[in-house]
Design a protein around this ligand. Structure first.
Ligand code: THU
Length: 161
């Protein structure tokens, strides 16, 4: 028996096609790339989340000479939320952007480890995060739910098998 998993995502050509709130969040993520410590990759990533109470939480990548110690913007954001007074609020939307010395004009998607962390966040909170991804310009992609981009993912329930 053949099983298939697929998902839809939206592609926007211009910033002005986004609704006001999504564009504001994306521009916050773009701004957050300036906070990034990307001494080695020079790939500056910014993330910005809107919570269910309307508050904003941000993150940026934080690199290290021991490359494996590097933390991505998305996981910095999750840790920052957990450490904040809003840890019991829920992420509704998460915007991710990046800035390099190049064009930075096409979207990036979260790395595998961040998908894993965001998936566990969605499961723990019974939520589905709207993911907005774009560079400093160019196409913008929107995916409704991180679980869509980590199909058949490993989760904590596997530990009880
Ligand atoms: N990075 C992120 O922060 N988020 C992503 O979704 C992709 C990659 C960071 C990790 C590293 O500091 C740099 O980008 C290059 O991989």
């Amino acid at each position: 028996m053949l099983h298939t998993k697929s998902f839809n995502y939206q592609v926007f050509t211009h910033d002005n096609e986004l609704n006001h709130q999504d564009l504001e969040l994306l521009n916050n993520a773009r701004q957050m790339t300036k906070h990034s410590y990307a001494a080695y990759s020079k790939f500056h990533v910014g993330a910005c989340a809107m919570l269910d109470n309307g508050k904003i939480i941000t993150g940026c990548n934080y690199e290290n000479a021991s490359f494996g110690a590097t933390i991505c913007a998305e996981r910095v954001l999750l840790g920052s939320l957990q450490a904040s007074e809003y840890r019991n609020n829920i992420i509704k939307t998460l915007a991710i952007s990046y800035c390099t010395n190049g064009l930075s004009n096409s979207p990036v998607t979260p790395c595998g480890i961040c998908r894993q962390s965001l998936l566990e966040y969605e499961i723990n909170n019974g939520c589905s995060i709207k993911l907005i991804m774009a560079g400093m310009s160019g196409e913008i992609w929107i995916i409704e739910g991180v679980h869509n981009i980590i199909p058949l993912g490993y989760t904590k329930t596997d530990l009880t098998k």
